[in-house]
Unconditional design. Structure first.
Lengths: 113, 114
């Protein structure tokens, strides 16, 4: 039973445009949501997080939106840059402090020049 | 500030052997979590240690164990290795303080069981 789902295995976006990565979850007990970026053979790099009391959090080019009623979150990257090409994972946790993260399967984002 | 450090980076072991992996968290971080990444199962939570105590545990067999030392460094042990244990093992550290929702990962240890 996959509690966190990223239904798009891959996404291709032109440089300068907006990248939108989506994530759905089933566990209503999740209170914290995080996005990570990962390059091959490296650990995930933390990008941005949001707690369930908010519906939006912004950090530079990255914005995360949370729709609790739909159990859906999305990561927007504007403008997309070639260095953004990587695998993006969304993760969720019931526990404050981001322990015991449940990860989605990841979306490979490719930014085309 | 130094990041999360995992050693060794790469390891090759034979079926039936045991292995110990090490993780040094970011200074000041008291929580260390371990994850297994495989192509088929993705990133899965193994366990979390805080103040030398295991606080949370994932759905892995008892062959997977860990511990945390007083300086917050953590080790993970896998006994009686199986081919399916080949994976990238990642540790993550966090402050575990109220309101802090960030967890930072190390580069991982790539374990190959032959």
């Amino acid at each position: 039973d996959q509690q966190v789902k990223q239904n798009s295995p891959s996404l291709s976006v032109q440089e300068g445009r907006i990248s939108i990565l989506n994530c759905d979850y089933t566990n209503s007990m999740f209170d914290y949501f995080l996005w990570y970026k990962k390059y091959p053979a490296e650990g995930p790099t933390f990008l941005i997080s949001i707690s369930s009391i908010k519906d939006k959090n912004e950090d530079g080019r990255f914005t995360v939106f949370l729709n609790k009623s739909a159990k859906h979150l999305s990561l927007h990257i504007v403008p997309s840059q070639p260095g953004d090409s990587a695998v993006y994972f969304c993760a969720a946790s019931e526990i404050q402090g981001a322990q015991k993260l449940v990860f989605g399967q990841g979306t490979r984002l490719t930014i085309n020049p | 500030k130094a990041g999360v450090t995992q050693t060794p980076r790469y390891l090759i072991k034979t079926r039936g052997q045991q292995v110990t992996l090490s993780c040094s968290p970011i200074s000041g971080h008291r929580s260390v979590s371990w994850y297994q990444q495989t192509p088929g199962q993705g990133l899965q939570f193994l366990f979390e240690y805080f103040s030398e105590t295991q606080r949370n545990k994932g759905n892995f067999p008892g062959r997977f164990s860990g511990r945390q030392f007083s300086n917050s460094r953590s080790e993970m042990n896998v006994s009686t290795l199986e081919l399916g244990d080949s994976a990238l093992y990642l540790c993550a550290s966090s402050t575990a303080q109220a309101g802090d929702t960030e967890a930072f990962f190390g580069q991982g240890t790539r374990l190959t069981v032959v």
